[in-house]
Design a protein around this ligand. Sequence first.
Ligand code: OOG
Ligand code: NI
Length: 268
Amino acid sequence: MHSNIDTLFSNMWDDYVTITPSAHKIHALLAGEENTNDIVNDHVAFRTFALDKTRLDKLAAHFLALGYEAKGDYNFEAKKLTAKHFEHPDDTKPKVFISELRVDELSDQAQAIIKKLVEQMPDSMVKADNFLYSGKHWEVSKAEYDTLLNESEYAAWMAAWGFRANHFTVSVNYLTRTNELADVNTLLKEAGFVLNTSGGEIKGGPEVYLAQSSTMADRADVAFSDETVAIPSCFYEFAQRYEMPDGKLYTGFVAASADKIFESTNAK
Ligand code: OOG
Ligand code: NI
């Protein structure tokens, strides 16, 4: 387990931008506009398989050990996903959103592939310091990837990319030039970045106290066991939070919006 939150996120960021060059460019663009390198992260998201060795709680343990607390629970029926979000008492630390695929709801064929992958991972790996930016611990063929892709884009993404930040999220509230998500989207589109339009460019809004947008994932090379192919990697998200009637900023997530954000790793 990691002993320092900032080092953990900094290592995760380095791994993430390696396969998500557009996030690096957008970060530089916003930092240039803002005239500071401090772009505050609203949250970072992780994915996993709900199998004994890899379930959500195993990832969460890394954050609980650093003082994070479990907050919201979410269910995505059609995508067969369960998720939780975690917050740190120091609210300048990014929130964490972890989802897991209910593998036992997939076809026998998909379950067999996923179990075969996870079996290759040493038991001790989930506790390693670098687990949350360690990638995959198995050999997977392009045909296995395609079989999973047919049934669950999430399963295919996990099989190819493994354990690493799926996305970082810019907190629009902490920007200084604008605090409006629509303005950020305009800036990104003018610079040529492609946004996820599933469910509209802006998901949610003041009525649910959270507005979100995201880029479509970059493509990066994955070394499958038989060939190397460029497939969707990771994306960058932008979140604007609104005050609730009690005057506090909403800190949760919105399932209907998250359902569409997941689709940012679909092939364009
Ligand atoms: C997570 C999608 C949900 C959000 O902010 O609602 C999410 C994922 O794509 O793994 O991050
Ligand atoms: Ni997110």
